[in-house]
Design a protein around this ligand. Sequence first.
Ligand code: PBG
Length: 323
Amino acid sequence: MEFPLSRMRRLRANPTIRRMVRETRLTPDHLIYPLFVIHGEGLERPIASMPGVFQYSIDRMIEEARAAHADGIPAVILFGLPAQKDAAGTEAYAEDGIIQRAVTALKNEIPTLLVITDVCLCEYTDHGHCGLLDGEKIDNDTTLPLLAREAVSHALAGADMVAPSDMMDGRVAAIRHALDGKGFADTPILSYAAKFSSAFYGPFRNAADSAPQFGDRKSYQMDPANRRQALREVELDIVEGADLIMVKPALSYLDVIREVRNSFDLPVVAYNVSGEYSMVHAAAERGWVDGEALALEILLSIRRAGADLIITYHAREACRWFA
Ligand code: PBG
């Protein structure tokens, strides 16, 4: 049917009809809130490159998580800053490491909040890489047992879900076997399956103090040019036992999210990363954009691309803006 019989504007005439024909929803149910945890007490350190984001000591982190849960956010994902870094990232799998303590405290205080832990070594190694070194090479196979040990230590502390972000080959299988062997057959794995080597991680590396001390992550994280390869990464992680799969970053990778959504039936998670968040806040601070409208449009577009869930630093402010 052609104009004048067909008039697309009929269904856009007012907010009520727009609400009725809206195809994509964005609610607190879709959001996962990242939190950075540090040793100490009563601490709440602003992160200069991420306005509104803080490093919290465990006591303050619990208050922030409680407020987020009251906003309707179902889950948090935790990143830890250790007391000390070393070549093997020892605190990553220490029984009394920062994340292990944070998880136990959170689950005691807020049992209905789902706690996800990031499983990686980069915050804990003095060289800042996500695996063990062999000279200047990041060694895949010797890293796997450490990641498995880290995941088990998180589960022992009470983590509801573990999320490996290191991009070593075979780590999902290694973690699945280790969890099953220790009685955690029911703990799901959210795999950072298609994780690209991205300049959008810049602000996070300040927040988590995890920048590589030499070289870059291009030998393990994906080349941003590759879409078919992302499908292969996802497929392998599913075969290895991933329960949910992630695409990261989100905004520049909406095509990858859509491909993954069309190709697989598992829940798809997208990580709206630090650089995506900081760009919105930086431009809004200058008055160049409406930050609230921009953030909500970005989050909606990630949902429209096919993500079931979004990890985002906007989570709490987005809940305020929905209200
Ligand atoms: C750790 C990790 C990173 C992010 C999440 N987990 C950083 C990296 O790979 O360098 C980035 C998150 C963000 O930018 O918000 N491997």
